[in-house]
Design a protein around this ligand. Structure first.
Ligand code: FAD
Length: 519
């Protein structure tokens, strides 16, 4: 069955490309006849904004932008394309914080999910017993946080940055320092509503339409548009103890990270609630969106450490607590940090409100925006690396490529997570080892020099291939079929089968370039 499926996909995607130009006028006039026509915008500014994303590298203009009021509008659009003799592509656009055009639909229709604010079953509704929250796929995580905190509750798994939509992060995985203990966001979903590529509206969960549930979570938008997710809640802590420790030895740094994540029981009160790590590079200052943590009076000694060693590793942890347990949390932390090998005199502590900690990137965003440094190209590279090779990666990439090129600006994250907290039935792809690291080179560049950063990213990937480091990309970006087949590995045949079942006309999320490499 495989070769014929390949052939069908090739023919379909070539046909769609071939008819691309002539179909545009035809499609526009047919769309005008639909009941959702008043919600379809052809306004140049709407088209321009749907042609861009946070990456500012890829541009692809749609024919129109749908501003839906309800999931029914989305189903109408998908149904129209699905039943049309000349189907067109459709991309749900969450908050457009992808960096490689993943939420774009060249010559198709982009659905501006955020126009569907609340109501119609897509608001934020907390269960009467407080055990879960139903959230529209277009909702931003910051709004989910604020709504649930109002009742003293919170989801447990987050991303570093909260101005992302629920549908957007669930289409990838949603990772942060909580992942080692609670799993990624896709491991923390009870149920989702999905409009498939055949315009069916399906409620799915592990017990109900489970194939679609597992397909859509981490599914890169390929199987359907998530219009609602049911997310488990727990009592929210009031405050956090937030600690950063510096290392100059990578082995000490990773040994301590792995030791700390070995205590990862969800109900283990002694375990940390969050663990990340990052590189401090000699960039002349500590000025990026993770740096304001360090007290100003300590910054000179940190900078001289970086100048001397060129790379300093920063381990970051958080322990939740409530006001009355401050002494207890200090004791718990002391116990947890006993015997770690960070540099004496280079441990820094903060005490913060829970929500201040979770929303930490936003204040940095505002600072960068004020300096005109937020809406710039972002040639990012996010990888998952098996634990057994993380030291080779440090030698070959951080200490060699990154130092040699000396161009990296922006945060470089490196922290471990546990495979057992992920569900292998889902579409998300991770390395084949019990512990693996995420490395994020979250670089910013100028509008003229992003290619230099892309060259560095390519060099890193080539190095990994040569050195036999079996990395998996997170927020993956490939431009060839071979790239995608290798990425999915043993999951590829299931991924294809599910595509054929839930989006046989290859309508959805064309900007990922999985089944339509000509886009
Ligand atoms: P978009 O970029 O709009 O869409 C992403 C993909 O999902 C597209 O293919 C789109 O078609 C599809 N899609 C969107 N909505 C839906 C839906 N409702 N149903 C089905 N498919 C949909 N990620 C992490 O995991 N952890 C982090 O800590 C983290 N930090 C970030 C910080 C910043 C500053 C930025 C810019 C990104 C960060 N990301 C992080 C990456 C982020 O999770 C992804 O880029 C995510 O896709 C962005 O969500 P979005 O709502 O902007 O989605």
């Amino acid at each position: 069955a495989l070769p014929s499926f390949f052939t069908a996909i090739m023919i379909m995607s070539r046909l769609m490309a071939f008819i691309g130009i002539s179909k545009n006028n035809d499609m526009s006039s047919k769309l005008q006849a639909l009941d959702i026509a008043p919600k379809l915008s052809h306004d140049p500014s709407a088209i321009e904004s749907a042609s861009q994303d946070f990456g500012h590298i890829v541009k692809a203009a749609p024919q129109a932008v749908l501003l839906p009021s309800s999931p029914r509008d989305i189903a109408s659009l998908v149904n129209f394309s699905y039943s049309n003799s000349v189907p067109f592509s459709i991309a749900a656009r969450g908050n457009s914080h992808s960096v490689n055009g993943q939420a774009m639909a060249k010559n198709g229709v982009v659905i501006d999910m955020t126009s569907m604010k609340s109501g119609n079953g897509t608001g934020i509704r907390i269960a009467s017993d407080g055990s879960y929250v139903d959230v529209g796929g277009q909702q931003l995580w910051i709004d989910v946080l604020n709504a649930t905190l109002g009742l003293g509750l919170t989801p447990v798994s987050w991303t570093d940055y909260l101005y992302l939509t629920v549908g957007g992060t669930l289409s990838n995985a949603g990772i942060s320092g909580q992942t080692f203990r609670y799993g990624p966001q896709i491991s923390n979903v009870y149920e989702i509503d999905v409009i498939t590529g055949t315009a069916d509206f399906v409620t799915c969960s592990p017990n109900n339409n489970s194939d679609l549930f597992y397909a859509a979570l981490g599914g890169l938008g390929q199987f359907g548009i998530i219009t609602r997710a049911r997310i488990p809640l727990e009592p929210a802590p009031k405050r956090v103890k937030w600690v950063r420790m510096l290392y100059t030895d990578f082995l000490d740094f990773t040994r301590d990270q792995e030791l700390l994540i070995s205590k990862n029981g969800r109900n283990n009160n002694k375990a940390l609630n969050y663990l990340e790590g990052s590189l401090l590079l000699d960039q002349g200052s500590l000025d990026n969106w993770r740096s304001s943590f360090f007290p100003p009076q300590d910054q000179p000694k940190i900078i001289s450490l970086i100048t001397k060693f060129r790379i300093v590793y920063c381990l970051e942890i958080v322990k939740h607590y409530d006001g009355q347990t401050k002494t207890t949390v200090d004791k718990d932390l002391q116990q947890l940090l006993k015997g770690l090998s960070y540099l004496p005199g280079f441990m820094f502590e903060k005490d913060a409100k829970y929500e201040e900690f979770l929303n930490r990137v936003h204040s940095e965003e505002l600072k960068l925006k004020a300096k005109g440094l937020w809406d710039v190209p972002h040639p990012w590279l996010n990888l998952f690396i098996p634990k057994s090779k993380i030291s080779d990666f440090n030698d070959g990439v951080f200490k060699s490529i990154v130092l040699k090129r000396n161009i990296t600006t922006g945060p470089v994250l490196v922290y471990p997570m546990n495979r057992k907290k992920w569900d292998d039935r889902m579409s998300a792809v991770i390395p084949d080892e019990e512990i693996f690291y995420t490395v994020g080179l979250l670089q910013s560049s100028g509008f003229d020099d992003w290619r230099t950063f892309e060259d560095q990213n390519k060099e890193i990937l080539q190095f990994c291939e040569k050195a036999g480091i079996k990395v998996k990309q997170y927020l993956p970006h490939y431009t060839t079929k071979v790239g995608w087949v290798n990425h999915f590995g043993s999951k590829w045949s299931t991924f294809q089968k599910r595509k054929l079942q839930f989006d046989p006309k290859l309508l959805l999320s064309p900007g990922q370039r999985i089944f339509n490499n000509n886009q």
